[in-house]
Design a protein around this ligand. Structure first.
Ligand code: NAI
Length: 801
């Protein structure tokens, strides 16, 4: 037999990893684990345990405690008790703990990798070569941030006690993504691992003791969704960080709405994998293997939608099928397999059910002729082609080894198809032309775009979604911000209730004549209009609200905007989204021009505003607004992104992109400066805005549109709809075409903004009911606002050979 014949006929023999060390560790714990609270393993209060099993064999591995509300309470108390001493440490001291954790993970990397594979079913090759090294990398990287924190984030402080809830697909890696930045920034943690995969979190807890991490800094409570819910609802928690399904993300958004808990959500995805006709098809096929069959496709950013240019579709399908036929599905501990076991029977059934539904909806199903192990939970790599873009398998996250393929003709069509989803987590783009690839990358709505690569992660690079894939980033500087808050904000007093002392009964517009006569200050007609799409317009309702001054005198009338007015304004704002493409230089010029026009009207605006808020504040607001305009004109071309240098042959370009169209409820107590302080960072970033001006003094609208109209701001970039803040907030928050809501008001208004926005998970940013001194530049302007006006997209670009 020739060498070539031998090579082609050779079979793989089994190459199992030795699980002895991990099994010994389990036995040392009698295969029964309590929670890890205040530095030691404890018995669960209600004495309940559940089994965790090996998806590769179906065999039970260990019993794990089912966390109750009482266990969560004990853990939160331990975290709270540990907080002062932990925060008192210097950045350097915390850095040493993080460094020690990184070292300890490395020392025990093989045991952790095997344990992960036993509990999760992922191939040992992946846990050994990807998950655990990245865990160590995360702790190293964040040891560095702990060291630099005071220098790099002056004026910020940690959130406090952080509740973290993680899924089962990357158990220890998700723990590292959560715990490392939380500790680096001086928070203490209660973490709940997923019920299918609690073991590596418990092993990590033990390692944290071994390095002498102070008791209570990290607490692990195991359990199911109910345990997670108890953590989310616990009043002693200051922030929740969640990774998991969009559905649970939505429930958490609602549950945390009435509280001041900061929230970051990393949710599902249906990420496009786009292959242009000039791509290196062989590389793209290898990319697909990583994109959708890595971790059995149970990856939130899996390239689960293949979009291939029609001209190469057939050729690519042939190559792909040939490659799929060589994939080996088998025991996760076997070092030579590609695809391991599915996490649980319920997930296997879900995958199979969705595939069957896809076929019923017209998809063609192809699976290679390979043998699956006789026991355990396995699913063949699956290619669904001729998938209609509206089919369930093109729209819903399958979370399994299933690729749904579609074709496109032109690059714009590819982008359109790519964005035809409620999600926006990741995308992979394949083309040998840098222009084609980067053009597509810029237009795809996703938090991460990999060019000629896929599923690359690093501690220095932000990861997170657009749209219903969640908000907030994990990794690098972008991720750290999620665990910090400006010190002034934490200490700010509460805002007065959001009532409108100036506005009384609704009146029909015909009564406005009375208002003119009743205005003793200026004696001019102050019946203002709405401002939509660059034009003044009457309210749909035909009603207006009388606006009174500080002494109860009638100052004028403002339109009572309603649902229809908001809809028109949102439409106008979306039409104006070309604003994002205007150069930053041009946006700056327009902001300077607005400042010039405002400045010229200083006297008249101050006089009118005085009647509502007093002369002193009015003069201050006009003057400070001019300054604020200069400030954001300055920022327009300076709030740049970053280039990260992950330890691969890639760079990751962190681009600051606008969120889109944002609804804005302006603070009532600062009609002019409050409006500018919030609308300016938004338009500086390229967003378009639908604003509800101060409910207390909505007449400011008239002055605003006069200034804006004469300043070259394209129509529709800022739209003004006056009316009752709480009513208009509901319309804004529930509007599916709005990408975010900023709500500045009292506590109840802020809580409503968060609860009402849960539907399409739009980003919500509020003042948490706290009073902001807009005249203080530390509180009222700068990076804190800009960070919320942008979302970061990381574009990974390969270089080198
Ligand atoms: P899940 O979202 O229910 O679970 C994630 C974590 O949240 C687990 O720790 C769970 O115990 C906890 N949890 C569940 N309900 C909760 C609640 N009401 N309050 C607080 N915590 C709660 O995800 P599941 O059921 O494991 O998987 C279902 C589907 O979700 C998958 O098929 C997949 O499509 C998607 N998924 C997405 C993930 C991602 O990384 N984006 C990760 C895991 C699942």
């Amino acid at each position: 037999m020739s060498v070539i014949e031998k090579f082609t006929t050779m079979e793989y023999g089994p190459a199992p990893e030795d699980p002895k060390e991990s099994l010994l560790w389990l036995d040392r714990h009698q295969r029964r684990f309590g929670h890890f609270i205040a530095g030691r393993f404890t018995t669960p209060v209600e004495g309940k345990y559940f089994e965790t099993s090996d998806p590769g064999t179906g065999e039970k591995i260990a019993d794990v405690a089912q966390g109750s509300a009482a266990d969560i309470d004990a853990a939160v108390k331990a975290a709270r008790a540990a907080l002062p001493a932990w925060q008192k440490l210097s950045g350097h001291q915390r850095a040493r703990f993080l460094y020690a954790l990184a070292r300890q993970v490395q020392k025990h990397s093989r045991r952790l990798a095997v344990l992960e594979t036993l509990d999760n079913g992922k191939p040992i090759r992946e846990s050994r070569d990807i998950d655990i090294p990245l865990v160590a990398r995360h702790f190293y990287h964040h040891a560095g941030w702990a060291q630099l924190l005071a220098q790099e984030f002056p004026g910020y402080q940690p959130c406090g006690v952080v509740g973290q809830i993680i899924p089962w697909n990357f158990p220890l890696l998700m723990l590292a993504w959560k715990i490392a930045p939380a500790l680096a920034t001086g928070n203490t943690v209660v973490l709940k691992p997923a019920e299918f995969t609690p073991l590596t979190a418990l092993a990590f807890a033990e390692l944290s003791n071994e390095v002498g991490l102070p008791a209570g800094v990290v607490n692990i409570v195991t359990g199911d969704g109910a345990t997670g819910e108890a953590l989310v609802r616990h009043p002693g928690v200051d922030k929740i960080a969640f990774t998991g399904s969009t559905e649970v993300g939505r429930a958490i958004r609602r549950a945390t709405a009435p509280s001041h808990k900061k929230l970051s959500l990393e949710l599902g995805g249906k990420s496009p994998f786009i292959i242009f006709e000039d791509a290196d098809l062989d590389s793209a096929v290898e990319g697909l293997v990583d994109g959708i069959w890595f971790n059995q496709g149970q990856v939130c950013c899996a390239g689960s939608r293949l979009l291939v240019q029609e001209s190469v579709a057939e050729k690519l399908t042939r190559k792909l099928q040939a490659r799929m036929s060589t994939l080996r599905v088998g025991s996760p501990l076997d070092k030579a397999i590609d695809i391991g076991a599915i996490i649980a029977r319920v997930q296997l059934e879900r995958i199979d059910g969705l595939v069957k539904q896809g076929i019923a909806e017209g998809a063609t199903c192809w699976q290679p002729d390979i043998v699956l192990p006789s026991r355990g939970l396995y699913y063949k790599p699956t290619l669904l082609s001729n998938v209609h873009p509206t089919s369930i398998v093109a729209q819903q996250e399958i979370f399994g080894p299933v690729l749904a393929a579609m074709t496109f003709r032109t690059p714009p069509e590819a982008v359109q198809l790519a964005n035809n989803t409620v999600y926006g987590l990741a995308a992979s783009v394949w083309s040998e032309s840098v222009n084609v690839a980067l053009q597509a990358a810029a237009q795809i709505k996703a938090g991460v775009v990999w060019v000629n690569s896929t599923n690359l992660f690093d501690a220095a690079c932000g990861f997170g979604g657009y749209r219903e894939s969640g908000y907030g980033r994990e990794g690098g500087r972008e991720g750290l911000v999620e665990y910090l808050e400006p010190t002034w904000l934490k200490n700010a007093p509460n805002f007065a209730p959001n009532l409108a002392p100036g506005s009384g009964q609704t009146s029909s517009s015909s009564s406005s004549a009375a208002a003119d006569v009743a205005n003793p200050i200026t004696n001019i007609d102050r019946t203002v209009k709405l401002y939509i799409g660059g034009k003044q317009s009457r309210p749909d309702s035909g009603y207006s609200i009388p606006v009174h001054g500080r002494n109860g005198e009638l100052l004028g009338e403002a339109p009572l905007g309603n649902r229809k007015d908001i809809r028109n304004a949102v439409e106008a704002a979306r039409k104006a989204q070309g604003w994002a493409k205007t150069t930053a230089h041009n946006r700056a010029q327009i902001l300077f021009y607005i400042a010039e026009n405002l400045s010229q009207r200083t006297d008249e605006i101050t006089t009118r505003l005085s009647a509502a808020i007093g002369e002193k504040q009015a003069a201050q607001e006009v003057q400070a607004s001019v300054e604020r305009l200069f400030c954001y004109a300055a920022w327009c071309d300076k709030f740049d992104g970053a280039v990260h240098n992950p330890p691969f042959r890639n760079i990751s370009i962190a681009m600051n992109e606008p969120i889109g169209t944002v609804g804005l409820i302006c603070p009532s107590d600062s009609p002019l400066l409050g409006f500018f302080s919030l609308a300016l960072p938004l338009i500086c970033a390229g967003n378009t805005v639908v604003a509800v001006p101060s409910e207390k003094y909505p007449l400011i609208t008239g002055d605003l549109y006069q200034v804006l109209e004469t300043s070259d701001l394209p129509g529709g970039v800022i739209n003004l709809v006056t009316g009752r803040s709480s009513e208009l907030l509901k319309v804004l928050a529930e509007h599916d075409d709005l990408d975010a809501v900023w709500c500045y008001g009292d506590e109840s208004l802020c809580a409503a903004a968060k609860a009402l926005s849960a539907g399409n998970l739009k980003q919500v940013w509020t003042n948490e009911g706290r009073k902001i001194d807009w005249s203080d530049a530390v509180q009222g302007e700068g990076r804190w606002f800009l960070q919320h006006a942008y979302q970061v997209k990381n574009i990974w670009v390969p270089y080198g050979e």
